[in-house]
Write a protein that binds this ligand. Structure first.
Ligand code: ACO
Length: 329
């Protein structure tokens, strides 16, 4: 067997998150649409979600999460040369929300752009940043997932408006030389997929080039549910196969937080022990691209995720898009 060769790895150097102040529980929602705390908790596990204040935009949430990640890493914006912001709810049709964050951070060098893969956005952004960093073209990336889904919900549609929330999370990835083994810290592998035939199961019914409106989220919930477990477990199996690891090697499983039943069914299918699952869906609802970094930040803040731990992230979203990344923290 060939000896491992030193190689660049994208290592997590810092993490931050931000949730809007206003927290809305299921009882409050039941005063707006015909629903109940029982129905929402039983079907989804969601109890509360945060909703952005009037005038509070995706870039504002993202900037707060980014500032926290920089402070956590002991870095400043001067140390960053790449910003990738995953969002399906940008401040404007253009320019990219990432450039608004770049400006808010006082950063005039480097490059910033948005990435659109809906709920899979953060996994896609981590994978994309990793490819920039391991190529040697960039040194440190701010990878952000930020959303104000409350702005694209139809607040009269009980089948969707109870499921989502607003928030932002960010990590800093830094190119560092590793030994080329599984013991290296950093992104060890990532696997991305999409299949555009599923567009009508989960989409927004507006846009600049179609209706010239922003539109509202529409979802065939049962159809999405039917595909979700198979898709996310497929890409996790890909990650295990690429690294020669298995569910038992994981320290933490940090899935996209859409629905507790999807999370539990995916973990069970792969034999991931329940105590290894990080869940924030009950408190945040589905915050789309922000859900994984928000969950990662919560598990770092309370000391569950530690340096050297093996962490699997995965998500599935509109498109459909889906993906996984295995990270040695
Ligand atoms: N409160 C009360 N009743 C409701 C509500 C509600 N909020 N919403 C729907 N119902 C009713 C329906 O009208 C239906 O009533 P009927 O039987 O009289 O017609 C009944 O509840 C069952 O509806 P279903 O849609 O079949 O309920 P289901 O058990 O499938 O649960 C849910 C719905 C929670 C949306 C589920 O399908 C799900 O979680 N799907 C996956 C959604 C998801 O994870 N999406 C995120 C993907 S990521 C992204 O990219 C955004």
């Amino acid at each position: 067997m060939n000896a491992p060769q030193k190689r660049l790895r994208s290592v997590v150097a810092g993490i931050g998150s931000y949730l809007p102040e206003r927290c809305v529980d299921n009882v409050e929602l039941a005063r707006m649409v015909d629903t109940s705390d029982d129905w929402i908790v039983q079907r989804t596990g969601i109890r509360t979600r945060h909703i952005a204040a009037e005038g509070e935009t995706t870039s504002m949430l993202a900037t707060k999460a980014a500032e926290q990640a920089l402070a956590n890493a002991g870095l400043t914006a001067a140390d960053i040369d790449l910003i990738i912001l995953a969002t399906a709810t940008p401040d404007y049709t253009f320019p990219a929300t990432a450039t608004l964050v770049q400006a808010a951070l006082g950063m005039t060098h480097g490059v910033a752009f948005d990435l659109q893969a809906v709920c899979s956005g953060f996994v896609f952004a981590v994978s994309t940043a990793d490819k920039f960093l391991i190529s040697g073209s960039h040194k440190r990336a701010l990878v952000i997932g930020a959303e104000t889904f409350s702005r694209i919900l139809d607040w009269k549609d009980r089948t969707t408006c109870v499921l989502f929330g607003d928030g932002a999370g960010a990590i800093i990835l830094e190119a560092q030389e590793g030994e080329g083994t599984l013991a290296d810290r950093g992104v060890l592998t990532s696997h991305l997929r999409s299949d555009g035939r599923h567009r009508e199961k989960l989409f927004v019914d507006g846009g600049p080039s179609t209706t010239q409106t922003v539109g509202h989220l529409r979802m065939a919930g049962r159809e999405v549910f039917r595909h979700a477990v198979g898709m996310v477990t497929d890409v996790m199996i890909d990650a295990f196969a690429a690294t020669g690891t298995s569910a038992e090697d994981l320290d933490w499983f940090v899935p996209h937080q859409a629905n507790e039943r999807i999370i539990d069914a995916s973990a069970e299918k792969l034999g991931i022990a329940a105590q290894k699952i990080v869940k924030t869906v009950s408190m945040h609802g589905n915050t789309s691209a922000a859900s994984i970094p928000l969950a990662l930040a919560a598990a770092c803040a309370d000391g569950r995720i530690q340096k050297g731990h093996l962490v699997m992230i995965e998500a599935m979203g509109g498109g459909f898009t889906w993906g996984s990344a295995l990270i040695r923290w």
